[in-house]
Design a binder for this molecule. Structure first.
Ligand SMILES: [Fe+2]
Ligand SMILES: [Fe+2]
Length: 199
């Protein structure tokens, strides 16, 4: 009998498998009956099947810290958006608002994935800043704010890269989501650096 792991190894060699057919290639074979039986067991686990190879609790914990980070980033960008004043303030304030909305989108995606993994998203305001990787710094002026956001983005970039590295190929859905978020954080950091240069 083929296990899912063996099937995956076959797939690696064959490189022709489409992942959901019975005959993806000469060397690619899925034990469909075993796969169907496994799918019928543990229905409470929803999207998490028996071949899920990551440590689910660890991934949920990791994602909750990322969620806290995103929420703190939303709050920081919101604060900066409303507090941005001065001659160059308007386009910068608009940029802060755009980033706040994108951080909120990241938070939503992470929370949804936590639920998909059978966990609970932690939105508790009491522990938010202690769980967040990035800090909530108000900043005294426009330049301060931009610099603080750049610092926070660089922290986010590094922590997402570490999470992606940790997941490897054990949970590719979560990894893909984190890779997409990482790409946006890199754009954010780039935006902040551009603004610093212009100031
Ligand atoms: Fe984000
Ligand atoms: Fe960001």
């Amino acid at each position: 009998m083929h296990t899912a792991k063996q099937a995956k190894q076959h797939a690696k060699h064959a490189m022709t498998g489409n992942g959901h057919g019975q005959h993806g290639g000469a060397d690619f074979e899925i034990d469909v009956r075993a796969l169907r039986e496994r799918a019928r067991e543990h229905l409470d686990d929803g999207a998490v099947t028996e071949d899920y190879r990551a440590d689910r609790d660890a991934v949920v914990h990791m994602l909750n810290d990322a969620l806290a980070t995103e929420l703190v980033c939303v709050l920081r960008y919101k604060r900066h958006h409303f507090m941005a004043t001065g001659i160059h303030a308007e386009p910068v304030a608009a940029e802060f608002a755009e980033h706040a909305a994108q951080e909120q989108d990241h938070a939503d995606r992470i929370a949804a994935r936590i639920v998909q993994l059978g966990g609970e998203p932690d939105f508790s305001p009491d522990s938010l800043s202690s769980r967040s990787h990035a800090e909530y710094v108000t900043g005294n002026n426009l330049r301060d704010m931009i610099r603080e956001n750049l610092v926070a983005e660089r922290i986010a970039i590094e922590s997402y890269r570490e999470m992606i590295h940790y997941l490897g190929d054990r949970d590719t859905t979560t990894r893909r989501m984190l890779e997409e978020i990482l790409a946006v954080e890199e754009e954010h950091a780039d935006d902040m650096r551009d603004l610093l240069d212009r100031e």
